[in-house]
Design a protein around this ligand. Sequence first.
Ligand SMILES: [Zn+2]
Length: 143
Amino acid sequence: MNLSCDVIHDLLPLYYDKVCTDRTRDMVDEHLLSCDACSRELADLQTRVGVSADPSAEAAPLRALAALLRRRRRLAFLLGVFAVSVLGVAGCLIGLATNPGWVDADGLLHEPFALIPLGWMFGLIAVVSGAAALVVGTRKRAH
Ligand SMILES: [Zn+2]
């Protein structure tokens, strides 16, 4: 079957994307062997589509934006942990300062001892998360 250039023109995008049937592909191949205009059109299509269809080039700005958002999210998380830890330290200090402890009638000391290790734990978390936030916040971009 001999197809007209108009039909080939309509089929070239499918041919280029390799989504046409083998039979159609064979017919287009056969036509391209004998028709310079359609061969040029295919070459032009390859040039145009080949440049814009580079997924890595198109995705580069989106990947950079995604990396920036990931970094900001990580920084926000670390700052949140830091803030909560600082509040925890402050709460423990206030708790210890406002509850000096007392001795009951049996001579048993009642003091909020649990606030001491809890305060140290919050302090350690605050130091680690603050340092991590500093590193994430001041690190230069990868590219
Ligand atoms: Zn043709």
